[in-house]
Structures are given as structure tokens and as C-alpha cells.
Design a binder for this molecule. Structure first.
Ligand SMILES: N[C@@H](CCC(=O)N[C@@H](CS)C(=O)NCC(=O)O)C(=O)O
Length: 212
């Protein structure tokens, strides 16, 4: 079955799907759309994904978008009942909530930090808004640091689907020093990030792409 990921590889939401596919050892083709590549406002793309955002996954005649939903779908179809995506309802719900929290708690401030530091020239930055966003992002990361103080991964001892969305953003959080980000120390978070950095699929689909 042909599997296609539509989306530029510099997008955090595309990276989640690529990393997930890599963890599962699933073959796919990727087509650059979005950002400078454009092509997301075409009739053909909007028919697949009416949001006009990336990523979009195509598997044969099935189409899916929303990165965390795509991860759950891949977990369900290729890793159900494994530590990555267990079937026991409470274990799964725990993983699920951390995936939602990435979008709902970290998403907005992290986007503001990233756009402010990486995609806005230094003389055009709104420093007050940046400081607020960094504080809010740090609050979200502290939550994760507290989990990682208790176990090696966010939901428990094992690497699970919820480590992927947070891990993509951890790469930016720890990689934005170059752009002038100063962060509060969070040793457990840093140790987890170092563990993720040893995973081949993370290296290939997240770490190898410049933060731009
Ligand atoms: N909730 C969506 C958000 C998707 C999203 O915001 N994608 C961004 C890139 S990270 C996008 O499409 N930006 C416009 C573009 O790249 O052209 C998801 O998780 O897939």
C-alpha cells in the first residue's frame, strides 16, 4: 500500500508523523508542501485536508490529518497492545492526555517562542511578549520535568506515543540557545531529551533538520 506524507520536513507537526513512522519502521514517501513550498491552497490539497495545514497522511485511499491523530492511528494500526500504544484503557488514556496537553498547554507559547526567536529579526522582536511566552512554555516543561523525575519517559518507564510530540518540541527548546533562549534548569527533562537523542528515528527525522 502506498503511504505518502504531505508536508515540509521543517514543520514540528510533520516531524511528529515522520518520527512515528520511523519508530514503527514503516516505509513512506514525503512530498514537500507548506511554508515556502506552498501548494496547500490548491483544490487538490484542500480536498485532502480542508485546513490547508501540514501534515497530511495518505495510505492507499485513506487520508488523515492532525498530527497527533495521525500518531494515534499509526499506533492503533501498527503497535496496538505494545508499550508504545497499550490497549489497557487507563494506560492509554494517560498517554492520550499528554498528547493533547502538548497541543493545548505547550502549543501556543512554544509557537510564540519559536516564531519570536527563530523567525523574527532581533530588532523586530516584542521582548515583553517573548518573556511571557518563555515563562508559559517553561511552566509546561516543568510539568513534564516533574513526570520525568519519577520515570524515564513521560507516561512511565517506556517510550510511548506521547514522547513524540513533546520530544519534537524539546529539540527546539534545547536547540534555541543559538537564537538567544535562556531556560530554567530542568535536569530530568534534559536527561530524557538526551535519551530521545539516542533513538535512530529521532536522529533521522528531528535532529537532522535545522531549526528554521
Ligand atoms: N493541529 C495541526 C496543526 C498543523 C499546523 O499548524 N501545521 C503548520 C506547520 S507546523 C502549518 O501547516 N503551517 C503552514 C504551512 O506550513 O504552510 C496538526 O497537529 O497537524
Amino acid at each position: 500500500m502506498q503511504r505518502i506524507v504531505w508536508g515540509r520536513n521543517t514543520s514540528s507537526n510533520v516531524m511528529k508523523v515522520l518520527w512515528g513512522l520511523g519508530e514503527l519502521g514503516l516505509a513512506f514517501e514525503r512530498i514537500d508542501v507548506g511554508g515556502a513550498f506552498g501548494k496547500t491552497d490548491t483544490t487538490q490539497y484542500r480536498a485532502m485536508n480542508p485546513t490547508g495545514l501540514v501534515p497530511t497522511l495518505q495510505e492507499g485511499d485513506f487520508t488523515l490529518w492532525e498530527s497527533n491523530v495521525v500518531l494515534r492511528y499509526l499506533g492503533q494500526t501498527h503497535a496496538s497492545g505494545t508499550p508504545l500504544w497499550p490497549t489497557e484503557p487507563r494506560l492509554r488514556a494517560n498517554i492520550d492526555r499528554w498528547m493533547d496537553a502538548q497541543h493545548n498547554v505547550l502549543g501556543r507559547p512554544m509557537t510564540a517562542v519559536f516564531w519570536g526567536l527563530v523567525r523574527t529579526p532581533a530588532d523586530k522582536r516584542d521582548l515583553k511578549a517573548m518573556a511571557t511566552a518563555i515563562g508559559e512554555a517553561a511552566h509546561a516543561w516543568r510539568m513534564i520535568d516533574a513526570m520525568l523525575d519519577r520515570h524515564d519517559h513521560i507516561a512511565g518507564a517506556d517510550f510511548t506515543l506521547c514522547d513524540i510530540p513533546w520530544g519534537v518540541h524539546a529539540h527546539r527548546w534545547f536547540g534555541m540557545d543559538y537564537h538567544g533562549l535562556t531556560r530554567p534548569e530542568m535536569p530530568a527533562l534534559r536527561a530524557w531529551y538526551d535519551r530521545l537523542s539516542r533513538r535512530p528515528a529521532f536522529q533521522q527525522y528531528v535532529a537532522a533538520t535545522p531549526i528554521v
